[in-house]
Structure formats: C-alpha cells, structure tokens
Design a protein around this ligand. Structure first.
Ligand code: DGY
Length: 412
C-alpha cells in the first residue's frame, strides 16, 4: 500500500503489529528499503507512553470492523495523533530487526529506531507487570494474537457482557463464519474494548478491574527473546543495556516457576485475575523452546510426552500436517476454526526455531517440510486444516509468504 503491507488483502486491510514485523523480514530478502519503511510505518503509530498498538489504521477506506473511531483512543492523553487501536500485540519487532541487522548491518537504522523499541519494551515491563515478576500481562485475547484459543475460553465464559454496545462484525464478510471465532467469544472481545474505552486506556485501572488479565506463555516467550535481541541491538550501537539485563534476569527467575507444570511436563498460561493456571493444552506450550527458556530436560519431556503423543500433537492417519494449534484431545478441537486446531505458519516457524535450539533436528525439518508443503498445496493462506491441508481464513496471507521466503533463503 505504499507505506505498509496488508496482512490479507480483504480480511486485514490495515497494518497489524506482529504481521508487519514478519512482513518486514520477508521483504528484507529482496527490497531492504521497503522492509525498513514497513517498520517505520508501524512505529509511526506508537503511543506517547511507548505502547506500540496492535493495529495502525492508515488512511484508506475499508469495511474492517472495529473501525478506527470505535476505539475512542483520544479518551487517553497518551494516544498518538494517527488512528490506532488501544491494545498491543506480541513484540516480535526487535527480533526481526536483529535478524535483518545480522544479514545486512543496518546500524544507522538501529540508531534511529532503538529509542522507540526500548520505550515499547519499557512500557510492557512497567504498565503490564502486575506482580513484579518481569512477566507481562495481556488484557485482551487479541493481544495474544491467538484470539479464540481454547486457552481463553473459561475466562471468556465467565464474563457477562452486560450493556454490550451495538456492533456489526466485519470478519465474517470475507471469510466463512465456520472458520472464525464463535459469536459468543466475539461479543466478549468487543465488551472488553468497551471497558478499555471507559477506563480511557488507563493501564493501572484495567489491570486492577478488567476480567481478562493473563500472563501468556507465548507473549512472554516472544518478549524474552525480543529483550535478548534488543540487548544485541543496543550493544551494536554502543548503548548501555543494564535496564534490559534487569528485565531478562527477572523473566528468567520467574518464567518456569510460573508456567511449568512439573507433573504434566507442560507450560500453562496463568490467569492473573483468578490466580490460577489455565490448564488447557495448546501448541503454545512449545514456545519456551523458541525463547531458550526450558532446560534440556524440560524440552525432552515436552517433545516425548506431548509433541510425539498420538492423542494430542503427533501426526496420525487422520492428521497429516503439524503442528495443530490446539491439542486434538480437547473437546472443542475444531480443525478449521481459527485457533481451535488449524496449523498456522507462524506457530510452525517459532516452534521450528525452538526445536533447533534443543537439537531436535529431524522434528524441525519435518515442521518446515509440512509448512512448505501446505503453502505449495493450498497457497499462502492464513491457516490450514491439519487433516488434508485445505487452506482456511484469509487468502494471500502476507506472513505465510514472508516466512516461506525466510525458510527458503535463510542460512541457519
Ligand atoms: C481480527 O480482526 O479478528 C483480528 O484478529 C484482531 O486483531
């Protein structure tokens, strides 16, 4: 679109935070200036307190809901001048910039954007650290990027969307409703946004009162890796990285205590509002491998007991492609519905790197092969049915294409 790339031409017509990071990674292989523009464009939506929003609405007409006005971000004194949403998304950006830097040495660019990245991570560690552990909270399923993941269903179930504002969904206009979140969940997504508008995006008030406050394994694993990458970027331009070291140490000290269930050999998210583990099995359990936060022994249990378990994640005569985003033994497993079961290229890419970190070379190779096979068979789709590889969700999905390029071009 000139200054940014749509994640999906009709379904996602603005700029999404973690999509933009991955799109920049893909672009960097063949058009570096355009890749850096993508990043600058995303950063143009940064809030004055450092928050990097989950969507930046560029000046184009679209039928996307929620439209920019819906968020009422001007209720907050921290809002930027341009139109954005009022929540954030998993912080992949520093990691992508470090990957691009390792290939092409973009030191001047890093000097320019480093303060903005630092401000975002500082915002996360300040306004989203509910208990001084260095683990950050998400306040909306959309912040996890895995909107209708079974991980959130119990919490959503217990939210009563009283006086729900009028709205009309846009997401089932271009994609079949059977592949999108159920109305029940979507109502609660909107109810939460309405609460945030009423709190004028005051993070302390939201953490104190909102019904959805979660420490998410995926978000924290991505943040931990991104802090390491931010530290490397700081070192590359001679900046003191003591503050980042502090975040890393604190996350290291608390990550396994908070998320690892030693009985089951599994990583579970933590419901901060109700102070309990969310014991639902999804593919997110493998994310600590990506961040290098599991011990070798933990990694082996994850792979042996779960990744290769025929009841949950292993391929079998019914499931030809990995990795299913949710365990097959969940009651609500739904192989074509958004995050309830389908294969996502991003999840595969993150887990692929995690598997390599711990020496699971053949598992990693198979996950890469599965991903490329799915894209060859069904095109660059948003997600895929793990049984037969049917493409689902948005067509021409940008991060699937970007990660295919990265897989094919990168030299590990
Ligand atoms: C959507 O529009 O459904 C997105 O997932 C929200 O980020």
């Amino acid at each position: 679109m000139g200054v940014f790339t749509k994640p999906g031409p009709r379904q996602y017509p603005h700029q999404w935070n973690w999509d933009a990071a991955l799109i920049a990674l893909g672009l960097s292989y063949f058009d570096r200036p355009r890749a850096l523009d993508e990043i600058q464009s995303l950063l143009s939506g940064q809030w004055q307190d450092g928050m990097l929003p989950h969507v930046v609405y560029h000046d184009i007409k679209s039928d996307y809901f929620p439209d920019p006005g819906f968020w009422q971000i001007s209720n907050s004194l921290n809002a930027p001048k341009c139109a954005t949403t009022g929540i954030t998304q998993p912080p992949l950006l520093a990691t992508v910039i470090n990957k691009i830097h390792k290939k092409f040495s973009i030191t001047d660019f890093i000097k320019e954007i480093f303060p903005k990245l630092l401000a975002w991570h500082r915002w996360l560690h300040t306004y989203r650290d509910a208990d001084g552990t260095g683990l950050v909270c998400i306040i909306h399923p959309w912040e996890s990027g895995t909107d209708d993941s079974p991980r959130w269903l119990n919490i959503l179930e217990n939210i009563q969307p009283i006086n729900l504002t009028d709205f009309k969904r846009g997401d089932t206009r271009h994609v079949a409703a059977r592949e999108r979140p159920f109305p029940h969940d979507y109502q609660r997504f909107i109810y939460l946004i309405d609460l945030f508008r009423k709190y004028a995006y005051d993070q302390a008030a939201i953490l104190a009162h909102s019904p959805f406050v979660v420490q998410d394994v995926l978000f924290n694993a991505i943040l931990y890796q991104a802090n390491n990458d931010l530290k490397a970027l700081g070192a590359a331009i001679g900046v003191n990285t003591r503050e980042i070291n502090g975040w890393l140490k604190s996350m290291e000290a608390h990550f396994n205590n908070r998320f690892w269930d030693d009985e089951e050999g599994f990583y579970y998210d933590f419901d901060v509002r109700h102070h309990k583990s969310i014991k639902i099995s999804t593919g997110i359990t493998f994310l600590p491998l990506y961040a290098g936060l599991a011990t070798q022994q933990q990694a082996e249990r994850l792979i042996k007991d779960h990744y290769h378990n025929p009841n949950s994640y292993a391929r079998d005569e019914h499931v030809s492609f990995g990795l299913t985003s949710a365990s097959r033994n969940l009651a609500g497993w739904d192989p074509r519905r958004y995050w309830r079961g389908p294969v996502w290229i991003l999840l595969n890419w993150l887990v692929y790197h995690g598997l390599l970190n711990y020496g699971f070379e053949s598992e990693a190779a198979q996950l890469k092969d599965d991903s490329l096979a799915l894209m060859s068979k069904s095109g660059f789709r948003e997600y895929y049915d793990p049984r037969d590889g049917t493409g689902c969700g948005s067509e021409d999905f940008s991060w699937s294409a970007a990660l295919a390029i990265d897989w094919i071009q990168s030299v590990e």
